[in-house]
Design a protein around this ligand. Structure first.
Ligand code: ADP
Ligand code: ZN
Ligand code: MG
Length: 502
């Protein structure tokens, strides 16, 4: 099948060329994503995970790290992580283990983070990333579960820092990719595809600004054609897809300059500074943490049976890539349109609901891609899963397109109806009636309008009769103007032709 072939074709982008003593260098990129698992309560206690609460409101002795308390695992976190593993073709470990990752920081009250180290829940797997037409497979190393830390706040009181533990114990999945990406654009495409998968299976809301989808980027250069990996730099503080791509561009340039001057790249962690648009050294390898991981004695190994995995697999929805292929086949959409319409599940659902109400997928798709996307952006509703807040219902959009198709309103006036629906939330029939926007298809009314224009524009009529075909468009325009855009343009054309020839 065509779609399968497209998916398996590995597009190798040309290596970036950083001339270094006659050599060109290829960037190698691997990403670590922290995705907040969409649950009501935290991973090891019953506290709420709600964002934006008053500081330290969502806390209890467990997530504040009081001595003597015991963690109790939230089953939903495991279920969502298994679902993610299945959607990305991972192997699900029937037995996995919890580990303590030890370090001290005021936002980590226990002095260790509960995570998974050896024996993570998911391993292997891959994500097929579709960029411009071609598709590229990025392999996953692992997906494991862990708890988030709290937040230190340094800048509200001059002389001391504050700690907010609302986020401590919020469940995360860490999704680690193999170093399979070769350009910043590919890294961006991978992140968009991954986020789309997580949104489709409803395990993460994908909101980068609120920190529920975060990414650290690892990048190195190596001589083009080499198999061995170069020394990598890890970049942190990336708060948007744009930041990831820009930071990688910058870092590839910086490493390229180091190498071309005969230097060596230092293995280190660097921070992206979004204002200056540069990366700055944060810590070197020598000062890298030794976390002294060991199995957590408070938690039993996590054993999962095949039956539960089977149940979770049965609930997986059709994912974006399959849906895109189906949209192309079923609705005759181009690959580009189908891709845009299926990237978000809420948008794809909305599209299908509208098409169900009125079968004109092309027109409905165009309204969505042109007008809906613009409005979502303007109103900042495009972050994640927010389409349900969009004021025009799918059935109303469908009805409006139907009215255009049936000639009840002109395509031009549909813009007015659309804007009105957005502002008032009313249905298209009510708006058309209130504002008197029905298209005039009554031939005797149009006859009169045409006659009036012809007698008012004698000079132009003469020009037309003398062979100046261009004037015809002007005359159509005059009739449309006289009817305030409500005349059926097809009929105006026909009547004008007839009268001018007569
Ligand atoms: P660390 O021990 O520093 O955590 P890992 O081997 O666990 O490093 O890899 C972390 C991430 O860095 C993974 O996403 C991996 O694909 C990526 N990575 C590893 N080595 C390189 C490299 N040489 N260049 C680019 N990315 C790399
Ligand atoms: Zn708690
Ligand atoms: Mg690692």
């Amino acid at each position: 099948m065509k779609s399968a072939a497209r998916r398996n074709a590995i597009a190798e982008p040309p290596p970036f060329c950083y001339p270094c003593r006659g050599m060109s260098y290829e960037p190698v990129i691997g990403l670590e994503v922290h995705a907040q698992v969409l649950t009501e309560s935290k991973i090891f206690c019953g506290c709420s995970t709600r964002f934006g609460e008053a500081p330290n409101r969502n806390t209890c002795p467990v997530c504040m790290g009081f001595p003597g308390v015991l963690p109790v695992l939230n089953r939903k976190v495991v279920e969502h992580t298994v679902r993610t593993g299945l959607a990305t073709h991972c192997t699900i470990a029937r037995s996995s283990r919890w580990a303590r990752k030890n370090y001290f920081y005021p936002d980590l009250p226990k002095g260790y983070q509960i995570s998974q180290y050896e024996l993570p829940l998911c391993t292997g797997g891959h994500v097929d990333v579709s960029g411009d037409g071609a598709s590229k497979r990025v392999r996953l190393t692992r997906i494991h579960m862990e708890e988030d830390a709290g937040k230190n706040i340094h800048d509200v009181r001059g002389d001391h820092s504050l700690v907010d533990l609302n986020r401590a114990g919020v469940p995360l999945m860490e999704i680690v990719s193999e170093p399979d990406m070769r350009s910043p654009g590919e890294a961006g495409d991978y992140l968009r595809t991954l986020r789309s998968i997580l949104e489709y299976i409803e395990v993460c809301d994908g909101n980068m600004e609120e920190g529920s989808f975060r990414c650290d980027a690892n990048v190195s250069l190596r001589p083009a054609g080499d198999d061995e990996l170069g020394v990598k730099v890890e970049i942190k503080n990336l708060n948007s897809f744009k930041a990831v791509e820009k930071a990688l561009e910058y870092e590839i340039g910086r490493q390229g300059r180091v190498l071309s001057e005969g230097g060596t790249v230092a293995q280190e962690t660097r921070l992206w500074d979004p204002d200056a648009e540069v990366t700055r050294s944060m810590r070197s390898k020598e000062s890298a943490h030794d976390y002294r991981y060991f199995p957590d004695p408070d938690l039993l190994p996590l054993d999962i049976d095949d039956e539960w995995i089977g149940e979770i697999r049965a609930t997986l929805p059709e994912l974006a890539q399959d849906r895109r292929d189906r949209f192309m086949e079923q609705y005759g959409l181009s690959a580009y349109d189908a891709n845009l319409l299926t990237q978000r599940r809420d948008v794809a659902d909305y599209f299908e609901a509208a098409v169900q109400a009125h079968a004109n997928p092309k027109a409905i798709g165009n309204w969505l891609m042109g007008d809906l996307f613009r409005v979502l952006k303007e109103r900042k509703l495009d972050a994640a899963l927010r389409i349900e807040r969009w004021p025009v219902e799918a059935a109303d959009l469908a009805r409006m397109v139907q009215m255009v198709d049936e000639g009840a309103i002109s395509g031009k006036l549909a813009k007015t109806v659309f804007t009105d629906m957005l502002e008032t939330g009313k249905g298209p029939d009510a708006i058309v009636e209130e504002k008197g926007l029905e298209q005039v298809s009554d031939s005797s009314a149009l006859d009169t309008a045409v006659d009036e224009v012809l007698s008012a524009c004698e000079a132009q009529v003469a020009e037309f009769r003398a062979g100046k075909e261009k004037v015809f468009g002007f005359l159509v325009g005059q009739v449309m103007k006289a009817t305030r855009g409500k005349a059926n343009p097809g009929m105006v054309n026909e009547i004008l032709r007839r009268k001018l020839q007569g």
